[in-house]
Design a protein. Structure first.
Length: 413
């Protein structure tokens, strides 16, 4: 669905429902301008239904996991704070990165981007009495709500408040949504992505580029966000595309230059640390993360089809990947805004085109929340009873899937 061309302070999507501007009363009398704190408080109140519903969904998932883990005599705190990738980030925060390439498969910690471990180290320094891993979990919790808020803001801007609420709840009800409350990077990356895309939709290209740069320091797929922001910012200069324009021509240029800096800086730093220009890509090869255009992905899918009883978790991953492709086609058919299509399209190309490990790919798609917009809009237009029923079923399914992912699946999520 196309949206209007606007400047950085007054951008209004033409596809969005008419809403009373927050600076005016219903009678049309201008209110006194609020400061930054007042604007944030007003925006937070506007987003509160989405945040409360998101919290309810994730608390349900946590309660199911806790009861399931108790029955199996497993420690929930260890699972959420120190298992699998959590431990990689904790070790980087404590001891730093290696300075050699080595030859061991899946062993070089330079494959993990630095922003999250830097924040973990800062948290451990500020709160040394906290148990190991608490800082990483705390960062994930805070960022999950920032992500839900940003996701709501995007949905609200394009299709109205109800759609924004549904979009945030759907994101919190995905099959692998439990990792949003683990010491992983998905919540941090999604928060940066959501607010960067929102900044693009409102013509704030400097903000968009800065947040995309931080996302590029968080995950390898930050390059997809950087490309989406940079291309949209440059397209806005032509004035021939349905992309938000800025009244200051220099700002889109600066935003376009800022967006890829985080990803490029880390890739360059790894090359310097290892003494070879392709150091980062050599590390990725040790993790078997070459890009083969999807050959390995199709091979794994075909392999699962011939198995009489494929592992439930891998079947869920496959269903998620196929569903994401269908949703992207629906997004493109709806004429979704250019930056959202660019980001989700590039994210799908990276995730589906990789020859790396198969099982975490549903998790890798968590930041691709714009893919959920067709579902969110449909549910927002449905009767309340239908919407509540579907979202409740999704929340229960997510809770069951999260428990299975951490307790029944014999591997990392």
């Amino acid at each position: 669905m196309p949206y209007g061309i606007s400047d950085s302070s007054t951008a209004t999507a033409t596809a969005a429902p008419s809403r009373v501007p927050p600076s005016r009363s219903p009678g049309g009398v201008a209110r006194p301008p609020a400061g930054f704190g007042g604007r944030v408080a007003r925006a937070l109140r506007h987003a509160s239904p989405a945040l409360l519903a998101y919290a309810a969904v994730r608390v349900l998932g946590l309660l199911v996991l806790t009861e399931w883990a108790h029955r199996e005599h497993r420690g929930v705190r260890h699972l959420l704070m120190r298992s699998w990738d959590c431990d990689w980030y904790l070790k980087i925060a404590a001891h730093g990165y290696t300075d050699t390439l080595g030859t061991r498969i899946d062993a070089n910690n330079l494959a993990f981007f630095p922003l999250h471990p830097m924040l973990v180290r800062a948290g451990d320094t500020l709160f040394p009495w906290l148990p190991r891993g608490a800082a990483g979990l705390g960062i994930a919790l805070v960022c999950s709500f920032l992500a839900a808020w940003g996701i709501f803001a995007v949905g609200d801007r394009l299709y109205g408040r109800r759609a924004g609420v549904v979009l945030a709840v759907l994101w919190g009800s995905l099959p692998v949504a439990l990792v949003q409350w683990m010491g992983y990077t998905e919540s941090l990356f999604t928060a940066l992505t959501a607010w960067s895309l929102y900044a693009v939709l409102t013509g704030r290209y400097m903000w968009a580029g800065s947040l995309a740069a931080l996302a590029g320091l968080t995950r390898p797929t930050g390059v997809a966000l950087a490309a989406a922001v940079s291309v949209t910012a440059l397209l806005s200069l032509w004035g021939r595309f349905s992309v938000p324009r800025s009244p200051h021509p220099l700002r889109p240029v600066l935003g376009a230059l800022l967006a890829p800096l985080g990803w490029l800086a880390y890739v360059a730093w790894v090359g310097l640390r290892l003494g070879r220009w392709d150091g980062y890509f050599a590390v990725q090869k040790l993790w078997r993360n070459d890009w083969d255009g999807g050959v390995e992905t199709l091979r794994r899918m075909q392999g699962l089809l011939v198995v009489e009883r494929p592992p439930l978790f891998l079947a869920m991953v496959t269903a998620t990947l196929l569903g994401a492709v269908v949703l992207f086609a629906l997004c493109a058919g709806d004429g979704q805004p250019v930056p959202l299509l660019l980001f989700t399209g590039l994210l799908l190309l990276i995730v589906l085109g990789s020859s790396g490990v198969y099982f975490p790919r549903a998790r890798f798609l968590l930041p691709g929340f714009p893919l959920l917009l067709p579902l969110a809009v449909t549910l927002a237009r449905a009767r309340t009873r239908v919407t509540v029923t579907v979202l409740t079923a999704a929340a229960l399914g997510s809770a069951a899937s999260g428990g299975h992912m951490l307790l029944a699946w014999l591997g990392p999520p």
